[in-house]
Design a protein around this ligand. Structure first.
Ligand code: CP3
Length: 344
């Protein structure tokens, strides 16, 4: 277990810090030439994820370039599909694909009657490899998708932004939808416990598509299931909850998270105060600024830091994952300037 004295952990718990910690969503990824090389060696994204040596190697790549304050497990939220033999694959430019999406009771009945968590033992091995490399130098963030967000892919079968099929279930068959959500939740609870047992120091829950739901739907179809995952690891390690484009922040007051990750559309101070300053905030620099020159990046970093005017409780990050079109040198500048400007 990582020392509780680490900057990231201290900031999550709102303890006194010397500067604002920073890490970057998708910090290991396609904007790094060394990542592309290793991915090719592995024969593609899934080959990379399923290879504990190479997955460890790419996890460490961004840490060799930049003085980041955390590692994040190299994997994907959709690997839970492996527990149901769902044959997840990724296509360049298209993203994730399931050839047999779950849209009817019949589709669901074709899956194995029970999930098999040992199908994800390659993730456990990756975690142990990373921990061996890191020692106690840096914490390691493990993660899981919210059952709702994972379900959108299980039901749609791809990364369509229309969400026609899952919206159809929301309108016409909440019985089936709840069955799918329960299935994903039960498997996720086991999977997340494995990650903790194998050594991750923080758990992040990605609820990327929770913002599609109305307030009532959000309670019934997203939060309800997230709570079960939180309850299963709570007390063991800190939990970050990531929510994109949601207006449902006030409903989060009574869930047991330690930090909330927010996208660039939200104001950090507003969200922090809405949640009674009880949980820390991660975010929320707009990745688009990394396409500008360094003077723009600097002024926007100042703006981001100023939008959280408290001594601790801020973890600097982007509002969404970094995209393949970013120049790695701009990331280097970002990390250095955040170090410099946030030093107290
Ligand atoms: O942050 C990290 O570096 C950790 C690894 C990680 C990945 N995906 C690697 C990845 C994490 C935490 C995720 C989360 C994830 N995966 C989410 C939630 C966060 C978010 O981005 O909103 C979602 C919705 C997915 C599902 C997924 N994975 C999609 C829709 C896609 C295709 C679109 C895209 O961004 O490329 C992926 C692919 C993916 N996941 C890549 C990486 C590095 C790119 C794969 C490649 O090299 O081709």
């Amino acid at each position: 277990m990582i020392s509780s004295k680490h900057l990231l952990i201290k900031s999550i718990y709102q303890e006194k810090v010397d500067r604002t910690p920073i890490w970057i969503m998708r910090q290991a990824g396609r904007y790094l030439p060394e990542y592309l090389k290793t991915k090719e060696k592995a024969g593609g994204f899934m080959g990379l994820i399923r290879n504990p040596e190479l997955a460890c190697e790419v996890t460490i790549q961004p840490l060799k370039r930049y003085p980041l304050d955390s590692a994040i497990l190299f994997s994907d939220i959709l690997v839970v599909a492996d527990m149901f033999d769902m044959n997840l694959r990724f296509e360049d430019k298209k993203g994730p694909i399931f050839d047999n999406p779950i849209r009817t009771e019949k589709d669901l009945n074709k899956l194995p009657s029970d999930f098999d968590v040992t199908k994800l033992s390659y993730v456990n091995k990756t975690i142990r490899n990373i921990k061996d490399e890191l020692g106690d130098k840096l914490p390691l963030i493990g993660f899981i998708g919210s059952p709702w967000t994972v379900a959108t892919y299980f039901v749609e079968g791809n990364s369509t932004k229309k969400f026609t099929n899952i919206k159809n279930l929301l309108d016409n068959d909440t019985f089936l939808l709840s069955k799918i959500l329960n299935m994903i939740t039960t498997a996720s609870v086991h999977y997340v416990k494995e990650q903790v047992d194998n050594g991750v120091d923080v758990i992040m829950i990605f609820d990327t598509w929770g913002g599609l739901l109305s307030k009532d739907q959000y309670q019934s179809f997203s939060l309800k299931y997230i709570k079960k995952i939180i309850e299963s690891v709570k007390g063991d390690i800190p939990i970050i909850y990531y929510s994109r484009n949601t207006s449902n922040f006030d409903t989060l007051k009574n869930i047991n998270i330690d930090c909330i990750g927010i996208s660039s559309d939200n104001n950090m101070k507003t969200v922090y105060e809405l949640l009674d300053k009880k949980i820390s905030i991660q975010g929320n620099f707009d990745v688009e600024f990394l396409k500008s020159d360094t003077s723009v990046i600097k002024s926007q970093v100042i703006k981001t830091l100023d939008s959280f005017p408290y001594d601790t409780g801020h973890i600097f990050n982007l509002g969404t994952g970094i995209t393949p079109d970013i120049n790695p040198d701009k990331v280097s500048y970002l990390v250095d300037i955040v170090h410099e400007l946030s030093s107290k």
